[in-house]
Design a binder for this molecule. Sequence first.
Ligand SMILES: Cc1cc2nc3c(=O)[nH]c(=O)nc-3n(C[C@H](O)[C@H](O)[C@H](O)COP(=O)(O)O)c2cc1C
Length: 333
Amino acid sequence: MTEKSLTSSAPLTPEQFGRLAAAGGAAPSLHNSQPWRFRATDDRTGMLVFADRSRAVPATDPTARALHISVGAAVLNIRVAAAALGLSTRLRLLPDVAQPDLVAELRFVPPGPGEHSAADAELHPAIGVRHSSRRPFTNRDVPERLVGDLMAAADHEGVVLAMLEEAETRRVLELTADAERRTAADIAREAELRSWVRLEAPANDGIPAAALGPLDRDARVPMRSFTGHPPTGVPASARFEPLPQLATFTTAHDDRSAWVRTGMALERVWLLATLHDVRASVLHQAVEWPDTRWQLRDPETGPGYVQIVLRLGFGPPGAKTPRRPVAEILELD
Ligand SMILES: Cc1cc2nc3c(=O)[nH]c(=O)nc-3n(C[C@H](O)[C@H](O)[C@H](O)COP(=O)(O)O)c2cc1C
């Protein structure tokens, strides 16, 4: 192979762009808002990923932090789908200050010598089966070795994943319960939340009834109540695992780039967990209030901004959630 053939890129076909966009669109997002748009570059060797502010969730996410995390997760999926096509991705985050909604530019190239896009390709089968599992998990621990691999996966994106010890877990659960109570009393946030729940009419966004879970009968695991207090239209309450396994994603800075990288780390970790039959659900409530978010910082591990709290474990898979069709999120011209 010549030097040139290792580095030059061939244009992708519309079908390949469709596959990349479908993978991006399968990412997790706050309330399944899917706040992204994708555009093929003019030379068809790359893809631009935009934040779609028309799909923001402003009462819950006034700074668009969660929106950027969601878009970051989509970027990671596109990268993994490109690897499954045998391509490496050259990635630039926030490449143009004049276009603030342009979150990432991805250029697809043949892998260089020693590049391991094969490792990314291995995550590909998990994209279509990863879903939030909001049901009780068993008491079985996530294996130590996998925990190490999940930490390395987050570190790959420059984000620190910490698996919490018991005392820290209890502290984070209390902060989450406090935040959940506050959200319940906030008319704007409650109304916004309900506007994303789809109990009857089928839709291609938002959260369907089948994906909602019960609340914890013993009130130890403060799952988000999507349909109010008391909840309606969801399974009856159930007994959750007594001590959930929680992980936090922390970054050194709290800017748009850190948020996008958090989304990439979240999705890399979630896909890897999925390949090992480990389920996950996000407990985001405490991150949504400035003071509970501040208290989430672990005094032991020093400064850093907690971006996401993830509950991990073994249990039933999450239900499928809908997505907008590719034609709505991908621009080819
Ligand atoms: C930034 C962010 C915050 C989220 N917060 C919560 C949460 O607090 N509670 C919850 O049950 N799910 C939460 N989710 C999960 C989304 O609701 C879920 O990804 C979306 O509905 C799509 O469903 P899926 O994960 O099954 O594909 C969050 C996801 C993201 C990306």
